[in-house]
Ligand binder design. Structure first.
Ligand SMILES: C[S@@+](CC[C@H](N)C(=O)[O-])C[C@H]1O[C@@H](n2cnc3c(N)ncnc32)[C@H](O)[C@@H]1O
Length: 291
């Protein structure tokens, strides 16, 4: 994630996470071709451009790409494409970025998306519709999930992605609540959570909202495909850098490298003053295999 956490933690603008460390690990060289698979608000890719890299920026959220296009329109070394990084191979082939020198995945959402997109990503925006789709052409919204899935399936999503202890009670409460009225807004969902927890608990809201967002956008499946395709399109000496905030995402990245016997490392910045960065994990995967 490049980001703000749902908890807020005092961050008032989007700040690319672990910016310098990420750029160092990508080993950006002038004239090299880099794919920022999660262009977001352009923090990381701007830095790559400054170092002379040629950048393909991809984002599944069309609005992010439109904003970047209007803000960075005079950048000759930047190509911007709206798309899912699960199709990174096709997109990069089409745009002439294969083989690439490096790929960055900075997972999650940007601050602007959470706070102003109007799509119900934050538990703080009570009146927003419970949508959570990064791509509005996708069929299923978060509200469809909470209003149609069985209690068992809701439990599975909540337990797996939020690791929240009250997942069973929450799933049952959602099924009960929707019998009297559809759960349509952020506020509707927050009220159901309150009824189960018995108090206002931001940590629980954050986990439940994150779990639904992961389910709506197939985030873990996209990551697996993105890594798989990404590995195919980088040069032999190329690197994939992944920033995660969710332990299960990090596990996917770690397992991906281990199963393929790839050289990989977890990069721990010695010190970061920014509290939100302390929960970020930055992993580097080399195409090279362990000997
Ligand atoms: C944390 S932000 C990236 C911030 C960016 N590094 C910066 O410096 O501004 C993550 C971005 O990834 C995008 N994203 C999430 N899933 C995606 C996917 N499957 N394909 C492409 N973009 C995705 C989100 O829309 C969001 O803009």
């Amino acid at each position: 994630m490049g980001k703000i956490s749902q908890g807020g933690k005092g961050l008032t603008m989007h700040t690319p996470v672990l910016l310098q460390k990420t750029i160092d690990e990508l080993k950006v060289k002038a004239g090299g071709r880099y794919i920022d698979a999660t262009a977001g608000e352009g923090g990381h890719l701007t830095e790559i451009l400054k170092k002379g890299g040629i950048v393909l920026g991809i984002d599944w959220d069309r609005k992010q790409i439109e904003d970047l296009k209007s803000r960075l329109k005079d950048q000759p070394n930047l190509t911007l494409v709206a798309g899912n990084f699960a199709q990174i191979e096709e997109i990069s082939q089409r745009e002439g970025f294969v083989p690439a020198d490096g790929i960055l995945f900075d997972l999650g959402l940007s601050y602007k998306q959470i706070t102003t997109s109007g799509r119900g990503f934050s538990y703080k925006n009570l009146d927003e519709s419970l949508d959570m789709r990064l791509d509005p052409t996708k069929e299923e919204k978060a509200s469809d999930i909470v209003n149609t899935l069985s209690s068992d399936n809701l439990y599975e999503i909540l337990a797996k992605y939020s690791e929240e202890l009250s997942s069973k009670a929450l799933a049952d409460a959602l099924v009960l609540a929707r019998q009297s009225r559809r759960i349509e807004t952020v506020g509707d969902l927050v009220r159901v959570i309150d009824s189960v927890i018995g108090r206002k608990e931001e940590r629980v809201y954050a986990r439940v909202f994150q779990a639904l967002r992961i389910a709506v956008n197939d985030e873990f499946e996209n990551l697996k495909k993105g890594l798989e395709e990404g590995l195919r399109i980088i040069k032999e000496e190329g690197r994939i850098v992944v920033i995660t905030f969710h332990s299960l995402e990090d596990r996917i990245v770690k397992r991906f490298a281990r199963e393929r016997n790839l050289v990989s490392s977890l990069v721990k910045p010695k010190y970061t003053a920014k509290a939100f960065e302390r929960s970020a994990k930055l992993r580097v995967i080399n195409k090279q295999r362990k000997s």
